[in-house]
Design a protein around this ligand. Structure first.
Ligand code: GLU
Length: 545
């Protein structure tokens, strides 16, 4: 009996690997085209870090006319949840990161290098595992949990590295006949790699982000096929990324320490290894310390959070690009109106240690993004968002769409558009005073400088009786405000007041604030003239009176 017999007994029906090598030929792409992927597990939680990785991957593929695909890694079936795949694909779609190839929501593959769902690739892994066994590079291991535990204890006692390697590999040199007998007798087993590595030697590797790294060679006989017949991550990574013809693996840097093992697997399988780009995780500042954004502690770790809050996807994308590439911010400053796709992304400009996630900065970016939208775009986005997340607002806005549009058009389409909305969930509070019923409900508000109620009454009644005319153009309107100021003993101009404050009760700004607060119950609003125009004569007079 030899390795071939052993392989045949374990995988009697597996196809020759040549079948798959032919089925998935080299891709016919232009020189330098990057084939890369996002390979999430369908756990039901889409982490912002996954979006970040996909953004980078899609960008690299697009700008080289390559391919970006999604492979669903569902070999750890304990962690899988219903709808896990849908959530991943929907999130990518939401952010304009739809892959060129993937498993679809209908369960059908889109692309010629599938299946894109690992659990549907069982036969493929079997062929390659069989191939390794035939070549004497993999073997069945019959060690029980207890035996492995004992090995571990002995290693700890002897102060040696833990794991299944070197002299500790009980099953590595088991005579083939004995192994075959055990299999025939139904003794459970898994398949391990017979590692050819020598940990006294180093392997050098050039990561596209982290640069040169050196590691000892792998000598662990890692598991490649588990007891449930499915592959481990390591083995599936080598087989899949080879057959899917990935040439750049972009993934989280928690895998960087596995590079020696992965390169070894590629070597044993006779594959050309891909390049790697290991992305540092997104970090958060927590009481002066930096830590990873945590699924458990930080709501903003979930991609769904941004949707719920109503942060536009362009803003999230723009912000992620900001933290991904140090030169993006400069590019954006010089190219305010350009599409983000025109920015040339460079992997070697990514930070080696984790980028810090800063919500304030994101909201600031978002304010900028929203300020560039038209009133109509904003109305549409807010309607879409409020439909799911704020029914009350949705009703308020849909009652009179024309009026709602006017509200969002205030101070827009100008050189300096208003910049007071950072997310759709801000909108309600931002515009609520434009609706009579809601305006009447606002009980708490403050007049600023002028607080004497007699004085306020005088200003307001004087204004409404003698100065207010809805048909005034902006200049006339403002001049009348100045006239009113002068009449009541306030300076027409702020600078006049500043030059001789003792001559005046205040200045025109104090007067207009009284009108503003009376009309909106807010001290800070967008342009008061425009607000008055949108509210209309009747409402303005009613509120003033
Ligand atoms: N399923 C692995 C993970 O979610 C994929 C890593 C990779 O991109 O290779 O961490």
């Amino acid at each position: 009996m030899d390795n071939k017999d052993l392989a045949n007994i374990i995988f009697p029906n597996a196809k020759e690997i040549s079948y798959y090598e032919e089925k998935y030929p080299e891709r016919n792409l232009k020189e330098g085209a990057i084939v890369t992927r996002f390979a999430p597990s369908p756990t039901g939680f889409v982490h912002i870090g996954g979006l970040y990785q996909s953004l980078v991957a899609k960008k690299m593929a697009n700008q080289t006319e390559g391919v970006f695909f999604v492979r669903i890694e569902d070999t750890d079936q304990k962690r899988e949840v219903e709808n896990g795949v849908k959530e991943i694909l929907d999130s990518l779609d939401d952010y304009g990161l739809s892959p060129d190839e993937t498993i679809g929501l209908d369960g059908k593959d889109k692309g010629n290098y599938g299946p894109y769902l690992q659990s549907a690739r069982k036969e493929i892994y079997e062929s390659y595992a069989k191939y390794l066994i035939e070549k004497g590079m993999a073997y069945p291991c019959f060690c029980t949990q207890e035996e492995l535990e004992t090995i571990r204890e002995n290693q700890t006692k002897a102060k040696e590295r833990t794991g299944y390697y070197g002299k500790w590999t009980k099953c590595r040199n088991m005579p083939i006949d004995m192994a075959i007998d055990k299999i025939k007798n139904g003794v459970p087993y898994i398949i391990r790699l017979k590692s050819p590595g020598n940990p006294d030697k180093k392997i050098k590797h050039k990561d596209a982000i982290k640069g040169n790294i050196e590691f000892p060679e792998n000598d662990q006989d890692v598991i490649i096929i588990k007891s449930d017949g499915l592959p481990t991550y390591h083995f599936a990574h080598a087989v899949d990324d080879h057959l899917m013809r990935t040439n750049l693996v972009i993934r989280s840097d928690e895998w960087v320490a596995s590079v020696p093992l992965h390169l070894q697997l590629f070597y044993c399988l006779g594959f050309k290894a891909p390049k790697y780009a290991h992305i540092a995780p997104i970090m958060k500042e927590d009481n002066g310390n930096k830590r990873k954004l945590s699924k458990r502690k930080d709501p903003e770790a979930a991609v769904s959070y941004y949707k719920e809050e109503g942060i536009p996807k362009e803003a999230v994308e723009e912000y992620l690009m900001n933290i991904a590439n140090s030169n993006f911010e400069g590019w954006r400053k010089g190219n305010k109106d350009k599409n983000i796709d025109e920015f040339k992304f460079e992997l070697n400009k990514m930070g080696v240690s984790g980028a810090l996630f800063d919500m304030t900065k994101l909201l600031d970016v978002s304010k900028g993004v929203i300020s560039r939208y038209t009133g109509k775009q904003i109305l549409d986005y807010v309607l879409e968002w409020s439909k799911n997340y704020d029914k009350e607002l949705h009703e308020l806005l849909t009652k009179d769409l024309e009026y709602s549009l006017k509200i969002f058009n205030i101070e827009r389409g100008k050189e300096k558009p208003r910049k007071d909305i950072s997310k759709w969930s801000d909108v309600k509070n931002n515009i609520i005073y434009m609706f009579d019923e809601e305006f009447n409900k606002i009980k708490e508000y403050e007049y600023q400088k002028i607080t004497d109620s007699q004085e306020i009454k005088k200003i307001v009644s004087e204004y409404v009786s003698n100065y207010f005319d809805i048909n005034d153009d902006k200049e006339t309107w403002f001049n009348k405000m100045k006239d009113l100021a002068e009449k009541l003993g306030y300076a027409r101009e702020v600078k006049e007041y500043k030059a001789n404050p003792e001559n005046y009760k205040g200045h025109v700004g104090d007067i207009s604030t009284v009108i503003r607060v009376t009309l909106t119950k807010r001290a800070n609003t967008p342009d008061l003239y425009e607000i008055i125009q949108v509210l209309g004569k009747e409402t303005v007079e009613k509120r003033l009176k």
